[in-house]
Design a protein around this ligand. Structure first.
Ligand code: GUN
Length: 280
């Protein structure tokens, strides 16, 4: 068994990005600028957003951190986005999800200028990714997973990939990206019949369903590659969607939680910030 060490690979990527950002600064006198917006009091979201802001600093990307109260109206938030869409020093905008219930997520996402859509949340950028356009921005967690696997010499062409979860942020874009890589892709959800039988067919099993330690060794094929996107807090401890200890002896490669997919998501966010800056 080998660990898919997202922490280590993300450090490599950040080093590469820092070099690129410094060279861009020498050439243009400017640095990429990322606006990070958080609405309300979600403790997990605050941890993620702080990690994103800190990562920007590490590679020389300017970050602009905006916190809004729970009771901000949708109209006010849309107005804030209009201002950021216009600001020259900001070339990436990230609205941390989920948003409070009184705000329509779709309306907010659709207000982000697609040229500043660092998360690849807008229909325009998701469409470009779907079509596999060369310059398309790619969803951060899925592209982080692909990069983590690639840098561990995993080949996708011809592989059977099973994805658990069908969210707009992870499952769906990941399926498209794997299809574009020539993998054979099955997407499951919590209601899928014969889930265990399907999981057992996977050369690469990617789990993003938010159920702590849900995947046990009976559910996987011997020597499978396992990617665990879950972050579940139970009595102060963090567990993935995969029962790491239970499956360990049966897998060929596996991501730890934490230290697997999470740091890769942030690395890809930084990469997208730099790409948007170059495309301005
Ligand atoms: N919430 C959970 N994951 C993400 C992400 O990658 N980006 C944003 N903006 N919000 C999230």
């Amino acid at each position: 068994m080998l660990l898919l060490d997202g922490k280590k690979i993300s450090l490599e990527i950040k080093k590469e990005l820092k070099k690129e950002v410094d060279e861009l600064y020498i050439k243009t006198g400017k640095r990429p600028g990322l606006a990070v917006l958080i609405v309300g009091e979600n403790k997990a979201s605050k941890i993620y957003v702080n990690a994103k802001v800190k990562a920007c600093e590490e590679v020389g990307i300017n970050s602009f951190h905006y916190e809004f109260p729970d009771n901000i109206s949708e109209i006010e938030l849309l107005a804030a986005l209009d201002l950021l869409n216009e600001k020259e020093e900001i070339n990436g905008i990230l609205v941390q999800l989920p948003l409070p219930k009184n705000i329509n997520e779709e309306n907010i996402i659709n207000r982000i200028n697609p040229k500043k859509d660092v998360d690849c949340f807008t229909p325009e950028n998701l469409g470009r990714m779907f079509l596999n356009e060369e310059k398309a921005i790619k969803s951060c967690t899925p592209s982080g997973i692909l990069e983590l696997l690639r840098r561990n010499k995993v080949v996708f062409l011809g592989k059977k990939v099973v994805i658990l979860g069908r969210s707009n942020i992870v499952g769906k874009p990941l399926a498209i990206m794997m299809i574009n890589e020539g993998a054979t892709v099955t997407v499951c959800n919590s209601k899928t019949k014969d889930l265990q039988d399907i999981c057992k067919t996977a050369d690469i099993l990617i789990v993003a369903i938010g159920k702590e330690r849900f995947i046990k060794k009976e559910m996987i094929k011997k020597d499978a590659i396992i990617v665990d996107v879950g972050i579940n807090r139970v009595e102060g401890k963090i567990y993935g969607d995969v029962d790491f200890q239970d499956v360990l002896s049966k897998v060929s490669l596996i991501t730890p939680v934490p230290g697997g997919v999470g740091p890769m998501t942030i690395a890809m966010l930084l990469k997208n910030s730099v790409e948007l800056f170059k495309n301005m």
